[in-house]
Design a protein around this ligand. Structure first.
Ligand SMILES: O=C(O)COP(=O)(O)O
Ligand SMILES: [Mg+2]
Length: 258
């Protein structure tokens, strides 16, 4: 079997065929959804919370383009990476010890601001509400599996009125392991009582793809998200899409066909 990292990039035409093939055979009864870069464009919220923290730390500001490259591996990774980059840009010691020294104060400042503004500047991507409604109406079970901490992810889903369509949410701190580890996806499948081979993960990054692949789930990737600043079409998946709507419609059709 070919290793995922050695698979060549798939063209859109190839992935469209392989997605239909996967759907025909899997007829998915559950869909797991990533949050940042998939359901909600959260970069503008991150912008406010991170720059408030950096100002307090007397470090250089961060741009939204830089944020898009770092989001997706959880908040601890986010703060640590940004402290290292900005300490270095300021010409200060930026090794792990220097980062660790500032981490606690930076984390507190970041969370305090984020909790206050959560969802105010972030926007739900076009097609998300309609796509989730289509899946919900087709009887597909929905859950969110994000690397964002629960304390931020839960209120965000509520404020964006996406919580009614989703049965539950696992955050980056729900378990000891987070994506790209398959563990949170496997836990979600177990709770939904749908086996991974009948479950589709919809995400925006190589993290989501790796977790889904290791769990044995199908994987559909969205091109509008972050993917750590790398081109998403180079990440092997069952399909690459510009909106959740065609994904939801294809899932719905696979369940209707005999
Ligand atoms: O790292 C984060 O905070 C967000 O990650 P997500 O893309 O898994 O929602
Ligand atoms: Mg994401």
């Amino acid at each position: 079997m070919t290793n995922s990292t050695t698979l060549p990039p798939l063209s859109s035409a190839q992935t469209a065929v392989s997605f239909i093939d996967w759907l025909t055979q899997a007829r998915p009864r559950a869909v797991l959804l990533d949050l940042d870069g998939t359901l909600v464009d959260t970069v503008a919220d991150f912008d406010v919370a991170l720059n408030q923290m950096l100002q307090q730390q007397q470090l250089p500001a961060i741009t939204q383009a830089e944020i898009r490259q770092i989001v997706g591996k959880g908040s601890v990774h986010l703060i640590q990476s940004i402290l290292a980059v900005k300490l270095s840009q300021a010409g200060l010691e930026s090794g792990p010890e220097a980062v660790q020294q500032r981490f606690s104060a930076a984390w507190d400042a970041y969370l305090q601001t984020y909790l206050r503004i959560n969802g105010q500047y972030a926007t739900v991507y076009p097609g998300v509400t309609q796509g989730l409604q289509t899946l919900h109406d087709a009887g597909v079970r929905l859950a969110v599996v994000t690397n964002k901490p629960l304390a931020l992810a839960q209120p965000l889903l509520k404020v964006k009125q996406l919580d009614a369509l989703v049965e539950f949410l696992y955050g980056g701190d729900s378990f000891d392991r987070k994506k790209p580890d398959p563990y949170p996806l496997l836990q979600a499948c177990e709770r939904l009582q749908v086996p991974p081979e009948h479950t589709l993960m919809i995400g925006d990054s190589s993290n989501d793809a790796a977790a889904a692949r290791a769990a044995g789930c199908g994987i559909a990737l969205l091109r509008y998200g972050y993917n750590h600043g790398e081109p998403i079409d180079a990440v092997p998946a069952h399909g690459h899409f510009d909106s959740i709507i065609p994904i939801a419609e294809a899932v719905q059709s696979s369940l209707l066909s005999v």
